[in-house]
Design a protein around this ligand. Structure first.
Ligand code: KIV
Ligand code: ZN
Length: 452
């Protein structure tokens, strides 16, 4: 695969490593549906599965290879004939097939898992790549547990597989053990020492056991890796893989630090996350960066007030840029009057200051009890408190009896004591002058003070 210097290849392994997370297995139809969404998302490579693992996985890889034609379709294989031939059988009809061969290289794995010597490891890796290369031009090699492998030995294995024809060298932090500075150093060393490295693409595959998968992947990119392996919602073995959406958006939001491009269509991120979650039945953690339901929700009054004035105050990217329909102002006990009056307006009601104060007091008491105040609660509260004038078509038709009582442009009444006291102090306890002409400003000021 030819890559330009600043283009980062996004290798999605949701269907392979991601599927290895408990509760995330998918059938063939589900895998195909997700693969089609990954195609719309614009990933460069889809690792569709591990064909030797089961007949189901084999059939899924085969189906994806024949239907999804734009991206490279990769299949995983251990470094042995049976696996490689099976992977090729599943992949051979793909428009752009890739065989991904892995073999552990750390002494712990060689000694306890594979029970082979270092010399045997080098020979097995070389033979496996020669075989894969005889079947397919595009061959990736992964030295499993690379970050716990003796550095000189790692370079020796990589020398051998490059010579045998590997086109991508993927460096896995299999157990999520490394840290960004160390991982960057490892990539630099590989670039310095491995013979023929300039002909191949270096890739990073990071697990999240210490919560550093994304930081490690980005560090690898800064050190010269040009492919990252990642998953939607960060699913994967144990604590998961580096999350695709976090890596991509880090590059988009901070091009000053990460001046790289990807082919990802940002507006398809949320759809990919939702599709995965719907298929697996595994919900996205609410505070998950980018795709969690709270990622663009603002509950604290100070935040709601700021976002209503200008989203840039508390949003570093627009919800739209990642396909989230709109940012949500969650009405709870931390909300301020600015957000409350905004929601009332969206429901079709506008209140003068005195009425809003009254509704706000009742709202805070209610929010203390029920956490999130939904629209129907608010409508009930409005009905119980006042008989307002409806100034717009409500989104939800409320049941309100009696005649209208709100006076939109009535002169502001005396603010209640607690607001008045608060409005005269700034957050550090210093007095704040209140502009008598600006009721709007005063409301905003009070939200700032009370809504934190
Ligand atoms: O984590 C890992 O080492 C892997 C390899 C198969 C790339 O998933
Ligand atoms: Zn992995």
């Amino acid at each position: 695969m030819s890559v330009n210097a600043d283009h980062i290849v996004i290798f999605d392994t949701t269907l392979r490593d991601g599927e290895q997370s408990p509760g995330c297995s998918m059938n063939q139809q589900e895998k195909l549906r997700l693969a089609q969404q990954l195609d719309r998302l614009g990933v460069d490579v889809i690792e569709a599965g591990f064909p030797i693992a089961s007949d189901g996985d084999f059939e899924s890889v085969k189906a994806i290879a024949s239907v999804v034609r734009r991206p490279v379709i990769a299949g995983l294989a251990r470094a042995c004939r049976q696996d490689i031939e099976r992977a090729w059988e599943a992949l051979k009809d793909a428009s752009r097939p890739r065989i991904h061969v892995f073999l552990a290289t750390s002494d712990i794995h060689l000694q306890y898992k594979l029970r082979i010597t270092r010399d045997q490891c080098v020979a097995q890796a070389r033979e496996a790549i020669e075989l894969a290369k005889s079947l397919c031009d595009d061959v990736e090699f992964s030295p499993e547990d690379a970050t716990r492998t003796d550095l000189d030995f790692l370079c020796r294995v990589l020398d051998a597989v490059v010579e045998a024809g590997a086109t991508t060298l993927n460096i896995p932090d299999t157990v999520g053990y490394t840290v960004p500075t160390e991982f960057a150093e490892l990539i630099h060393t590989i670039r310095r020492k491995v013979k023929g490295i300039e002909k191949v693409t270096i890739s990073a595959h990071c697990h999240n056991d210490l919560g550093m998968a994304v930081a490690n992947a980005l560090a690898a990119v800064s050190a010269g890796a040009r492919q990252v392996e990642c998953t939607i919602n960060g699913i994967g073995e144990r604590a998961g893989n580096a999350s695709l959406e976090e890596i991509v958006m880090a590059m988009r939001v901070r091009p000053d630090k990460y001046p790289y491009e990807t082919a990802i269509v940002g507006e398809q991120i949320f759809a990919a996350s939702q599709t995965l979650s719907e298929i697996t039945g595994v919900p996205v953690q609410p505070n998950k960066a980018i795709t969690g339901r709270n990622a663009f929700a603002h509950e604290a009054g100070i935040h709601q007030d700021g976002v209503l004035k200008n989203p840039l105050t508390y949003e570093i990217m627009t919800p739209k840029s990642v396909g989230v329909p709109d940012s949500k102002l969650v009405l709870g006990k931390h909300s301020g009057r600015h957000a409350l009056s905004m929601r009332c307006e969206q429901l079709g009601y506008q209140f003068d200051r005195r009425v809003l104060d009254d509704i706000y007091r009742r709202f805070v008491r209610l929010a203390d009890k029920i956490k999130h105040v939904e629209d129907h609660h608010l409508l009930e509260l409005i009905r119980d408190t006042h008989k307002p004038t409806r100034t717009a078509t409500p989104l939800i038709e409320p049941v309100i009896e009696g005649t209208s009582a709100a006076v939109v442009n009535a002169p502001p009444p005396e603010p209640e004591k607690r607001y008045a006291a608060a409005a005269q102090m700034n957050p550090f306890g210093a007095p704040v002058p209140v502009h008598p002409e600006s009721q709007h400003e005063q409301t905003q000021q009070e939200d700032y003070l009370w809504g934190v």
